[in-house]
Ligand binder design. Sequence first.
Ligand SMILES: Nc1ncnc2c1ncn2[C@@H]1O[C@H](COP(=O)(O)OP(=O)(O)OP(=O)(O)O)[C@@H](O)[C@H]1O
Ligand SMILES: [Mg+2]
Length: 221
Amino acid sequence: MNAVEVRNLCFKYRNSQEKILDNVNLSVMEGETIALLGGSGSGKTTFCNCLCGLIPNVYSGEFSGEVELFGENINNMNIAKIVTKAGMIFQNPSTQLFSPTIEDELAFGPENLCVDRKEIARRMDNVLKTIDMEDYRFENPNNLSGGQQQLIAMASVLMLDPKILICDEIMSWVDQNGKNIIRNLLLKLKEEKRTIIIVDHDLENVKISDRVVQVRDGKFY
Ligand SMILES: Nc1ncnc2c1ncn2[C@@H]1O[C@H](COP(=O)(O)OP(=O)(O)OP(=O)(O)O)[C@@H](O)[C@H]1O
Ligand SMILES: [Mg+2]
């Protein structure tokens, strides 16, 4: 069974003239890392929003076709279920961080899903170790660099243990050193056999992918 199966996906925002996604088909195997490369406005973020349920739950419009995560159609899953299957990391980490400490930030997602306290503590130790930021537990996310903030945003997604990670231009706000650290983290997650979808327009940032898909005017090549 594939991690992601998209069939004949079309989408048009309520106020857009043309289809933003035009009959997209894509299969991603479990454990595969793929890159979506395309110019600004080609529909990459719109596609990611379809994979993580933001479309059609938050952004409405004309939606047709099928999106399946591990064989299950996302139309039949609630948001709580989708976030444990596919975690999305956005371009600007500060839009994802809102808690006074990193510990609170990391606990927020699983607390909302009523995950047991001991399990949250266990995951937090693991995740902080994975991103190599154990010393920052009580730090305020506002005091961190862009790269560190992005690592915390990734960690908060990893706290829900999704098997699929969607990274939408996550290097944009990160300096060169931060990029290297995040690339290493992605490699580690790849070794854990997670399925990773990297969206970018810089080839350098998608070197770790197994396959590149070109996105042009809402079509995938
Ligand atoms: N919420 C929205 N409502 C209406 N139109 C939108 C909305 N979000 C995006 N669009 C339009 O959809 C098209 C595709 O946008 P999208 O953000 O998916 O592109 P992208 O490939 O992610 O671009 P970028 O590389 O700049 O992030 C653009 O024409 C954009 O103006
Ligand atoms: Mg985008």
